[in-house]
Design a protein. Structure first.
Length: 167
């Protein structure tokens, strides 16, 4: 009997059919996993270009190196600009004060003035305008690191003190 499943040939045929069915299920599961893996790989690789992960990793590393170099260049440029700006600001007027007074005690209403204009290094100039009834004189004295090049009058010293202390 060739059609009998209880014979040796029938049992072998049933076992082969079972193995074939299990193999078919395993192949279907493997295909589903492979599709998911390829979809995930497309996300990582970006687009439909055919590249492997090693090539993609190498390209990403090159891009990161280029980006790092670019960021360093920008940082150096900004550091240089900031240093130049700091130098310019250090030379700008940072402290100033004006003192009014009556130079000749003429009761003329404090028409004389001394103005201190100093930078962040406490260097600059003190300008004094001394007014008299029929004339006016202007004097300028340089200040370097908080010290005058010439003797300051009490009013000029007061202007420097007020400028540096803010009051």
């Amino acid at each position: 009997m060739h059609g009998d499943l209880t014979s040796t040939a029938g049992i072998v045929a049933l076992a082969a059919a079972g193995v074939a069915l299990i193999s078919l299920i395993l192949v279907a599961v493997a295909l589903m996993r492979l599709r998911r893996l390829r979809a995930d790989q497309r996300v990582v690789l970006g687009g439909k270009e055919r590249r492997d992960l090693v090539e993609q990793g190498a390209q990403l590393e090159r891009h990161f190196r280029d980006l790092h170099t670019n960021v360093e260049d920008v940082a150096e440029t900004l550091t240089a600009r900031l240093a130049a700006t700091d130098n310019r600001l250090d030379g700008a007027i940072a402290y100033r004060a004006m003192v009014r007074y009556d130079a000749y005690n003429e009761m003329s209403g404090q028409q004389s003035t001394s103005i201190a204009l100093l930078d962040a290094r406490r260097s600059g100039v003190v300008v004094s305008s001394i007014h008299h009834r029929d004339q006016a004189r202007v004097y300028a004295k340089q200040v370097i690191d908080g010290k005058p090049e010439l003797q300051l009058s009490p009013e000029e010293e007061e202007a420097v003190r007020i400028a540096l202390t803010g009051g």
